[in-house]
Design a protein around this ligand. Structure first.
Ligand code: PHE
Length: 340
């Protein structure tokens, strides 16, 4: 019997358990109610009395070996399953591709934000406009060259001319017609001009125009407002200068330059060694424009300004080709993140 126990001991140790099936086979063979170990215990009664104690101990040890072998195999199999299904919380997460905001949206939002801090509302209007809102109400003389086919995309010509708006001043006309002063509004939006597409010009672009009408609004208010904008947009060091200009709807009119953001006014190829970059047009609203929209020009005065979003974005991000904004190349688009 002693021999037999040793043999079985060796057999148990050599039994490789690699699957649930194996495990069950092992259990039945060695530990089951009709298994080998149980059988040996049954044989104990045939052993001579003086050997019973020793044999009993050997059998108990054998049963323990079988039980341990079984338990270990079972445990390692379970932990294997666990390993596979366990989530490793320390692993870096999968990258989720989120889109980036378009540079023009970022800059437009920033412009809106800057003006909203000093009380400007946002107003919007249609991109398809009639002659009145785009031109006539803005004091464009009938034969003014800006109405020429060169600049304007006409949709319907004739008595009632319909065109794609060439500026968002048209929205300001709508605001003046519908609201009473004080008016403080900016109108962001897309505008269209019939230009050959190149690095410096496109047939559509985006503007933000501003309008402020109240009693006693002066040119000093305009200048201070633009100064505030330039510093918020381009930094504390930014300076502005105004050059006399002409727009049919403002008098006097000016074009505004900001000190070159790249060389800080020292002169570089971006500012063409002048130290200045043109950013917008502005002026005091022409009394004719106020009267056209039924705002009494004897009581009220106002200023207006208009800027191109592409231009501001170009200065901010040094984009040197306008076409990049509308080509949807992800290599370009993914480079812009808004300032937090
Ligand atoms: N509407 C002008 C343009 O499109 C800009 C402008 C707005 C100029 C308001 C003066 C005052 O260029």
């Amino acid at each position: 019997m002693n021999e037999k126990i040793k043999e079985i001991q060796a057999e148990i140790e050599a039994f490789k358990i690699s699957s649930q099936e194996n495990l069950e086979q092992f259990r039945i063979k060695f530990l089951g109610s009709k298994g080998i170990v149980k059988g040996l215990f049954g044989e104990l009664k045939t052993v001579a009395n003086e050997q019973k104690r020793e044999m009993g101990q050997l059998l108990n040890a054998l049963r323990k070996t079988a039980q341990d072998h079984f338990d270990n195999a079972k445990e390692s199999m379970e932990s294997q399953v666990d390993e596979d299904s366990k989530v490793d919380v320390s692993r870096p997460g999968d990258q989720i591709a989120v889109g980036a905001r378009h540079p023009l949206s970022i800059v437009r939002s920033e412009i809106i934000e800057i003006f909203s801090r000093i009380g400007f509302m946002v107003s919007e209007g249609p991109e398809i406009e009639d002659d009145w809102h785009n031109f006539s109400a803005l004091n464009f003389p009938p034969e003014h060259p800006a109405r020429d086919m060169q600049d304007t995309f006409f949709i319907e010509k004739g008595e009632e001319e319909i065109a794609l708006r060439t500026h968002t001043s048209s929205v300001q006309v709508r605001v003046m017609e519908n609201e009473k002063p004080p008016i403080r509004t900016i109108s962001p939006g897309r505008v269209y001009r019939n230009e050959a597409i190149s690095a410096r010009a496109h047939c559509f672009f985006h503007q933000v125009e501003g309008l402020y009408i109240d009693k006693d609004v002066s040119f000093a208010d305009l200048k201070q407002t633009l100064m505030y904008f330039a510093k918020e947009m381009f930094g504390e060091k930014a300076q502005i200068r105004l050059r006399p200009s002409y727009f049919p709807f403002t008098e006097p009119s000016a074009e505004v330059d900001v000190s070159c953001t790249i060389c800080n006014g020292k002169g570089c190829n971006v500012c063409k060694y002048t130290g200045w970059l043109e950013i917008l047009g502005c002026g005091m609203v022409d009394p004719n424009v106020l009267d056209s929209s039924k705002i009494d020009s004897k009581t009220y005065s106002g200023f207006a300004f208009g800027m191109g979003v592409e231009r501001i974005a170009q200065l901010k991000y040094r984009v040197n080709d306008l076409r990049l904004y509308s080509e949807n190349d992800v290599r370009f688009l993914k480079q812009f993140t808004p300032e937090m």
